[in-house]
Design a protein around this ligand. Structure first.
Ligand SMILES: Cc1cc2nc3c(=O)[nH]c(=O)nc-3n(C[C@H](O)[C@H](O)[C@H](O)COP(=O)(O)OP(=O)(O)OC[C@H]3O[C@@H](n4cnc5c(N)ncnc54)[C@H](O)[C@@H]3O)c2cc1C
Length: 492
């Protein structure tokens, strides 16, 4: 390790690793500093006996050859190390009156399936899906050429519910079409239309993918590439300060140590970077006011299960299963915020049906996730916290056992995470699993990839303006790479 680097990346989540991988190819001397003993942030796995549990990734979009995620991993020189697999169905969606398996890469079949179930809405479904596909195109053209169209502006400033209501009346159909709201962490009434439509179309039309050996495969490949390019890593080092001189961040302090650098990339919670690492006095009052308004996204409650039975024999078609008790998504969201496990929607993922390496022969790995408010878990005594954790897990396992009885009958290993666990592990405020909350009011300019006051500081993470989810974080890392490589070109 040296005491001066061209670039220091704070945090080794996917945004930090991808920016480091891209920039290391420019010959930059890079150091990644991570507070945990291992890299990856939310993209992590843990082992329990012979079971391997993937903590976050369920599905990835843009993975077919020539699409965005594929291209980014190619540019990071890791594409040969990653094998993308497509579950048979995109997902299964269970409602009180429906049990639907959604086809992969076949929007036409999905449109027909919904039209047959809701014949009176056939025309509305077609018009809605056409608009959602056009939104995907205009966002892509914004990414490639920064072209802003009237449709882009309109759907940036309106919520998804307004768009849905224009074309669909049936409340059941609206809930079925909006199932993927859970991946965005907000109900259609609060979520920006654009943030729903872009990933929705990408998943529906271009497919949902998983990684053969789980998401940590991506992390391992990135770390190995960065090391091959002579990049360094420091683990178990919690960055406490960024010290500035004349509007530039120059020294990164952790414990009693300091590292000098020319450029800094923050991969961690934006508000913590500003308020805790730098200090609000270094920014304009207007910027500070905007940043104080940033709301963290919802968090999650997650159960990791190793089962003594091979579910691929009995449920060969299932991977991602959404379970809903009703059609009122605003109510469902409130149930999640209140940790009302008896009626909140949740997701069962049969990980080992796609990742054959996750469980030993004859066994399975399953995760159960409920979006969960953070407030519910704080200021509880240790005993109360453990009691609550146990009760919520039992309720969700009972409910999941109604769909897959083996979940109750054959548990062998079990681990549970709450919003507090997620916060402790990543330092993301309120255990936010999707960075900031993507409501219409959370305007992009308050979530920058850079800030004028500290000229050599960049943000590549779920807190940057592109948004959360692996693909959006890749976009933020790419943006930061382009900005930094321009400064390199200018020096040459
Ligand atoms: C349960 C769950 C399910 C998800 N499912 C999906 C999915 O199916 N598809 C999808 O695309 N996305 C999914 N996501 C979202 C996705 O995982 C995240 O958006 C993405 O991984 C965030 O990456 P990031 O680069 O912002 O960094 P993070 O993962 O937040 O990592 C930040 C890193 O910085 C480190 N750090 C923090 N503070 C400091 C400090 N002071 N000093 C040093 N290091 C520090 C942390 O330890 C951490 O390693 C899911 C997330 C969760 C939690």
């Amino acid at each position: 390790m040296k005491d001066k680097y061209d670039i220091v990346v704070i945090g080794s989540g996917i945004g930090g690793l991808v920016s480091a991988a891209l920039l290391s190819s420019l010959g930059k001397r890079i150091l990644v500093i991570e507070k945990e003993p291992k890299p990856g942030g939310y993209l992590t796995e843990f082992k329990n006996e012979d079971f391997i549990f993937d903590v976050s990734l369920h599905l990835l979009n843009g993975c077919a050859k020539g699409q965005y995620t594929y291209n980014m991993f190619e540019r990071c020189h890791i594409i040969d190390e990653i094998k993308f697999l497509r579950p048979k169905y995109l997902y299964r969606s269970i409602f009180p009156d429906f049990d639907l398996r959604i086809p992969q890469m076949n929007l036409r079949e999905y449109t027909e399936m919904l039209g047959d179930l809701f014949p009176k809405s056939r025309k509305g479904i077609k018009i809605l899906f056409d608009e959602m596909s056009r939104i995907f195109q205009v966002v892509n053209s914004y990414f490639s050429s920064k072209r802003v169209t009237p449709l882009l502006l309109q759907r940036l400033t309106s919520n998804y519910k307004t768009m849905l209501d224009q074309h669909i009346n049936d409340i059941k159909l609206k809930a079925i079409i909006s199932q993927l709201w859970i991946y965005l962490g907000l109900p259609p009434s609060l979520l920006r239309a654009i943030d729903f439509c872009y990933p929705w179309f990408d998943y529906m039309n271009n497919g949902g993918y998983y990684v053969e050996k789980g998401s940590y495969e991506i992390v391992r490949a990135l770390v190995s590439h960065i090391r091959n390019k002579r990049g360094d890593f420091l683990f178990n080092k919690n960055v406490g300060r960024i010290l500035t001189e004349n509007g530039f961040g120059r020294r990164i302090a952790f414990g009693k140590d300091e590292i000098f650098c020319d450029t800094i990339i923050s991969n961690i919670d934006l508000t913590k970077t500003i308020f805790e690492l730098i200090g609000s006095s270094k920014f304009s009052t207007a910027d500070i006011a905007k940043i104080r308004n940033i709301e963290p996204s919802i968090s999650a409650f997650e159960i990791f299960l190793g089962l003594d039975v091979d579910l691929s024999a009995t449920y060969p078609d299932d991977y991602e299963i959404f379970v809903n008790t009703d059609y009122d998504i605003d109510k469902q969201y409130q149930d999640c915020l209140n940790n009302n496990a008896k009626s909140a929607p949740f997701v069962i993922t049969v990980n080992s049906n796609v990742n054959r390496f996750a469980a030993p022969k004859g066994k399975s790995v399953v995760t159960i996730i409920m979006l969960a408010g953070y407030g519910h878990w704080i200021s509880k005594s240790r005993g109360e916290y453990e009691d609550k954790k146990h009760k919520v897990a039992e309720i969700l396992m009972d409910r999941a056992g109604k769909i897959i009885p083996e979940i109750k009958k054959n548990p062998h290993k079990k681990a549970v995470s709450t919003p507090v666990t997620f916060e402790r592990y990543t330092n993301n405020a309120a255990g936010a699993i999707y960075g900031y909350s993507r409501t219409v009011g959370q305007k992009t300019e308050i979530r920058p990839n850079e800030m004028n006051n500290i000229k050599n500081l960049y943000f590549a993470s779920a807190w940057a303006k592109q948004g959360s989810g692996v693909v959006k974080v890749l976009h933020s890392a790419d943006d930061v790479y382009k900005k930094i490589s321009k400064t390199v070109d200018a020096k040459l």
